[in-house]
Ligand binder design. Sequence first.
Ligand SMILES: Nc1nc2c(ncn2[C@@H]2O[C@H](COP(=O)(O)OP(=O)(O)OP(=O)(O)O)[C@@H](O)[C@H]2O)c(=O)[nH]1
Ligand SMILES: [Mg+2]
Length: 236
Amino acid sequence: MCNCYQLIKIQLCNFANFMSFSWLQIGLTEDSIVEISDMVIKTAKFIVSNTDYNKCPETKLPEYAFIGRSNVGKSSLINMLTDHGKLAKISSRPGKTQLINHFLINEDWYLVDLPGYGYAKVSKDSRASWQVMIKDYLLNRNNLFNVFVLIDSRHEPQKIDVEFIQWLGENEIPLSLIFTKSDKLSLNKVNSNISKFKKVLKQNWAELPEMFVTSSVAKSGKESLLDYIDEINNNA
Ligand SMILES: Nc1nc2c(ncn2[C@@H]2O[C@H](COP(=O)(O)OP(=O)(O)OP(=O)(O)O)[C@@H](O)[C@H]2O)c(=O)[nH]1
Ligand SMILES: [Mg+2]
């Protein structure tokens, strides 16, 4: 059973305090969701794009990376969180983000937009170089406090997502899940797909990662995500 994520999480942060804030848990009704965040994003700046983790900014600031299938909404979510329509580049065609992109938030922490996986129309060579670039980054970036794995809430559990989450766990990389595009289906259907996802993860995980539901179109889930990051930053 894989419980390394929880160990790291507990060591890094006092999550007992955090749990009282973590109200956007799966299973709430729309009426019960009231979003109020302590974190205000005052500045969000693009810093640099890289293919090599060695060339990423030298820093001790906390860093949070967004990863997931191509087109799942990583770049859109970064723009929604920062309230900045054009910070990260978005496209309706999969494979838009190709590099490791660093954005400095409030001069205090980084958001990192990563290229997606699972895009069918990619050559073997491109897939192999993605693997090297991303795995090197994830395994070696010392200030990486958390990886947010984005999952399209419209779909039932996909093998590629489950395997990637498993790989993160096996490599003791702290992770959380974000179910995206929730505006595209009913809350009941979102909850049903998340339940199925949890069931699959429970086959290998003693305790499940933190989970969030977002929509970059409806701008929902922003406050709970920012509070989560704020809490980790404050406990670092
Ligand atoms: N309805 C809806 N559409 C979304 C949402 N988030 C993203 N999209 C759309 O999904 C498409 C892909 O969005 P991106 O943010 O570029 O996705 P990505 O994961 O960064 O994609 P790659 O960089 O190609 O890996 C775009 O057409 C977005 O407008 C959402 O919450 N709701
Ligand atoms: Mg992108």
